[in-house]
Design a protein around this ligand. Structure first.
Ligand code: AMP
Ligand code: ZN
Length: 137
């Protein structure tokens, strides 16, 4: 348990949350600032800060729990679709440093909008960056 981690406190039952699913390794609860009705968070019980730190096992368990939650929501909320979101690092909007997946049910004409407008890319630039990721000479 990490000191002063609000999500560890939720796992421990020391902070309030609207739980919607849990198992031996994960807990799912409602986000207090929902993007859409039903927006929930899925976390591993074991603290890890972010995607770079979480164990393969906990990543797998958390991902499977997120899909289980989408199935529950599909039956109960009947959304039109889902976004699964992870923020890794402050620059990527992470504000709580206990790994979590956002499960965001989507509805026709809901208020959620992409914060970026994807535009056509330069193929040479895309290829150059791909080369850096692959480690080409
Ligand atoms: P992120 O930007 O991915 O780190 O998002 C953290 C999310 O946790 C935000 O959507 C917050 O609204 C949510 N959040 C923060 N504190 C709590 C809490 N005590 N209970 C439920 N959700 C929370
Ligand atoms: Zn924690």
């Amino acid at each position: 348990v990490a000191d002063a981690c609000i999500f560890c406190a939720i796992v421990a039952g020391d902070a309030p949350a609207q739980l919607v699913d849990s198992d031996e390794h994960t807990v799912s609860f409602m986000d207090i600032n929902p993007f859409t009705p039903g927006h929930a968070l899925v976390i591993p019980r074991t603290h890890s800060a972010d995607l770079t730190e979480i164990s393969d096992e906990d990543l797998q368990r958390t991902t499977i729990a997120a899909r289980r939650l989408t199935r529950k929501m599909a039956e109960t909320l009947e959304p039109a679709g889902f976004n699964i979101l992870n923020a890794c690092g402050a620059a990527a909007w992470q504000t709580v440093f206990h790994f979590h997946l956002h499960v965001i049910p989507r509805y026709e004409d809901d208020p959620m909008r992409l914060p970026v407008i994807p535009r056509g890319g330069d193929p040479d630039e895309i290829a150059r960056i791909a080369g850096r990721i692959r480690g080409d000479e």
